[in-house]
Design a protein around this ligand. Structure first.
Ligand SMILES: [Zn+2]
Length: 180
């Protein structure tokens, strides 16, 4: 499977989940499957583009400053979604707040792999940023048509990108802030 297929499929699944959560749906319905199918086709034939990161940034700006992984508002530091030392961008899109506990637990582990090791599915807007950054990286590196299994060193973890999504009732767009 190419990186293009892998990343676009995940992004289309994400759009389906995002629509269902926004609708307050308990399970996926025909409308959500339609959104996924149309977006996947549009991305593959080039008539649709992944959304800008701006909408996500707006959410970050209106949110209280809290850990993007657990919602704690204690001592926070910046964490890179795609690690800088493996080619993640220097941009603001690539940083989130993380508390000391999450930071020291996560260390250099890929964020999706770290969450999945705890049996947690990523918050949808966190996953959206991760996928957008992964797609932007792959497009600018000209590797979208590479086999995802042999794509070499990447700042993201292809194998950790979810291929199936839980029912919308078990998903959330973003972490709920809480006291540490
Ligand atoms: Zn935390």
């Amino acid at each position: 499977m190419t990186l293009r297929d892998r990343l676009f499929t995940a992004y289309a699944n994400l759009a389906m989940a995002h629509a269902a959560v926004t609708d307050g749906a308990q399970r996926y319905g025909p409308k959500h499957f339609m959104i996924r199918a149309r977006l996947l086709k549009g991305l593959q034939n080039g008539t649709m583009k992944i959304g800008t990161l701006l909408a996500d940034e707006r959410i970050k700006l209106v949110q209280d400053k809290s850990c993007a992984y657990c919602g704690a508002d204690g001592k926070l530091s910046l964490d890179h979604l795609l690690p800088k030392n493996s080619g993640g961008p220097e941009s603001a899109d690539n940083v989130v707040w993380a508390c000391r506990t999450c930071n020291s637990s996560k260390k250099d582990t890929d964020v999706l792999r770290w969450l999945s090791a705890q049996g947690r599915f990523p918050f949808l807007l966190l996953l959206r940023r991760y996928l957008k950054l992964a797609i932007q990286h792959s497009e600018s590196a000209g590797i979208m048509d590479s086999d995802s299994a042999v794509a070499g060193d990447l700042p993201f973890d292809v194998e950790a990108i979810p291929t199936s999504f839980p029912a919308p009732a078990g998903l959330a767009l973003w972490v709920a802030p809480r006291a540490p």
